[in-house]
Every structure is written in structure tokens, then in C-alpha cells.
Design a binder for this molecule. Structure first.
Ligand code: COA
Length: 297
């Protein structure tokens, strides 16, 4: 196919790495998101394509029926890099036929071939597959959702809020707590016109627009009191449906989510594939009150 290059086939159907993101391909990728009831928008696919790899499988009519993405993060001081694997999606009508396994295996082999440390956030549907490839669970994350409030209008970022944001200091804090950097991602999310950013000396949060809901994350705070204050600001900033993916928290953060009208929706499991001799990135996970999202770490 003109717009693709072949990846090593892992079965009778080959997995292809997109070398161009054409409008018809983007439409089919978005269909995968819609049919899986996920929240990503075209800007997310463009980011995966620009900064990582998008792998796909097609049917006989050349329609995309399965996807995966590999997103290399920043190198650490020793040159080691995490690659985040995500967007493992198969159209519902062709699930259970081995496509998910093949597209995931191609993502994993691509990360391993570049000596990246593969990590991901698994849905309950994906977790058994990743376990079969040797991924181990590290922690659990709960997705919470709050339905729309009031007039559904998104309140644009206030100049006051964004003036406080120092993009580079924010990127540095994100790197410290996560244990690895993702500067391109954080800068790109901050630059989206609909993103709301609040940053202070004690932490920060981003709220970005998604397909069906705005998404709070990352939310990083040096202590619980500040985390609760940032959560309140994030929740008050948006009247549309809202999602937040919170690592397991103390009772005060959970109570604040419930008081703001959030209900738990599903769990994710953070997982890594750790080759012998490699260690996990060391961050300060207790300061992460919301992840960027399962697709972005
Ligand atoms: C998860 C998903 C990608 C699997 O794709 P698939 O093509 O159906 O998967 P495969 O046929 O290749 O099966 C691979 C493994 O997935 C798991 N799996 C597949 N269907 C499953 C089901 N109905 N229930 C539980 N596990 C299932 C099994 O572990 C299976 O391994 P097995 O064949 O040894 O039992 C697909 O169900 C999907 O798109 N789900 C919605 C999006 C999602 O949650 N993606 C994972 C993100 S982390």
C-alpha cells in the first residue's frame, strides 16, 4: 500500500506502520475510538503519528480494523527511554480472531527493537493479553466520570490561570514525579487551544477536550491539601462531562471526587515489560493525583 510500510508480519495478516496520516485513515482510526467508546480526538492520533508510530491492520477492502501506537518518551541521563504502548483497538465485529494479539505484538517488538522499556495502562480487556507477553502489574488507576453540569459551555482558560503557567517548570515537575520525561507531550497538550492549565509552585493540572468528555490530567501536587485545591479548580473550570484517571488515593481525594459528582467507571492496571538488568523509572508516584490518561502515561 502506498501510504504504509510493512512491519514484520506476526501472522497471516500483516501489521503496517502508517507513514502518512491521510484523512480517510484518520476517519477509520476515529471509528475505532468511537466503537470502543473511548475519548480520543484527531489531535491525539496526530500526536502519536508525529512523535511515535501508529500501527494498523486492514481488511480486504483496506479498511483499518485494528490499531496500536508506540510513543517513545524522553531519554533519561543514561540514555534509557520508556515507550508507552496504547490505542490497542479492534473493531467489535472482528474481535476474538487474533487481531489484537498481532497488532499488540508488533507494537511490543517495535519498542523492544529500539531498546525502549515498554509500559502501558491496561483495560481489563487488554490485561490478560499483556500478561501473556510478560508484562507485570505495577499499580492500579480508577477512571471517574462526572456528567455535564449547567449550560454545557466550556469556560475558556482565564488569562490569570494561564499566566501562572511556566511551561518548562511544569515539564520539569512532571518529569520528576513520573520518573521519565515526556516534554513533547506536555508541551503539545498545553498548546491546544482548548486546554486549561493551572500551575503554581505547589503543583499543576491540565484539562483538555476529548471526544465525549473533558479530561483532567495530569494533576500533580506536592501535598494532599494542594491536590484538593487543584481538583476543585479543575472541576469548577468545566461544565461539560469530565473524566479523571486517579491512581489509588487516600480517602480525602476520593471523597472530594464523590462530592464533586464523580462516579467510578472502570479500572486500569499500569504494567511494564522489564528485561533482565533494567530497573523501572523512579519517580514520586504519591504526588500524581491524576495521570495524563491511559494513552499518554
Ligand atoms: C482488547 C482487544 C484489543 C483484544 O482484541 P482481540 O482481537 O479481540 O484479541 P485477540 O483475539 O487477539 O485475543 C487476544 C487475547 O485477548 C484476550 N481476549 C480477547 N477477547 C476476550 C474476551 N472477550 N474476554 C476476555 N479476554 C479476551 C485474551 O487474553 C486473548 O488471548 P487468548 O486467545 O489466549 O484467550 C479488543 O477486545 C478491544 O479492542 N477492546 C476494546 C479496547 C480495549 O480495551 N483495548 C485494550 C486497551 S489496553
Amino acid at each position: 500500500m502506498e501510504n504504509t510500510e510493512a512491519c514484520a508480519p506476526t501472522g497471516d495478516q500483516s501489521v503496517e506502520r502508517l507513514t502518512e496520516l491521510r484523512p480517510d485513515d484518520l476517519e477509520m482510526l476515529n471509528r475505532l475510538v468511537i466503537e470502543s467508546h473511548w475519548n480520543q480526538v484527531p489531535a491525539d492520533w496526530y500526536f502519536f503519528f508525529d512523535r511515535g508510530h501508529v500501527l494498523v491492520m486492514r481488511d480486504a477492502q483496506s479498511r483499518i480494523i485494528a490499531s496500536g501506537a508506540v510513543l517513545p518518551m524522553d531519554a533519561d541521563a543514561s540514555g534509557h527511554r520508556v515507550a508507552w504502548i496504547s490505542m490497542i483497538l479492534v473493531l467489535p465485529e472482528v474481535r476474538g480472531q487474533g487481531l489484537g494479539r498481532r497488532v499488540f505484538e508488533a507494537c511490543l517488538r517495535s519498542a523492544q527493537a529500539a531498546a525502549y522499556l515498554p509500559m502501558l495502562d491496561a483495560t481489563p480487556q487488554g490485561e490478560p493479553l499483556y500478561t501473556q507477553f510478560g508484562f507485570v502489574p505495577l499499580s492500579h488507576i480508577t477512571r471517574w466520570r462526572r456528567e455535564a453540569r449547567g449550560d454545557r459551555a466550556f469556560i475558556a482558560p482565564t488569562p490569570q490561570a494561564n499566566q501562572q503557567a511556566d511551561p518548562q517548570a511544569l515539564v520539569a515537575l512532571d518529569r520528576r514525579v513520573l520518573g521519565f520525561g515526556r516534554s513533547a507531550l506536555i508541551n503539545s497538550l498545553q498548546d491546544r487551544p482548548t486546554t486549561h492549565v493551572v500551575h503554581s509552585s505547589q503543583g499543576f493540572f491540565l484539562v483538555r477536550a476529548g471526544r465525549t468528555a473533558h479530561h483532567i490530567g495530569p494533576l500533580v501536587a506536592e501535598d494532599e491539601g494542594h491536590a484538593l485545591e487543584l481538583l476543585k479548580q479543575a472541576v469548577d473550570a468545566v461544565k461539560t462531562p469530565l473524566l479523571i484517571d486517579a491512581p489509588q488515593q487516600g480517602p480525602a481525594f476520593t471523597a472530594a471526587l464523590q462530592a464533586a459528582g464523580f462516579l467510578p467507571q472502570r479500572d486500569f492496571t499500569r504494567m511494564a515489560w522489564l528485561p533482565p538488568g533494567r530497573t523501572l523509572p523512579q519517580g514520586q508516584p504519591h504526588l500524581i493525583h491524576a495521570i495524563a490518561g491511559p494513552e499518554f502515561a
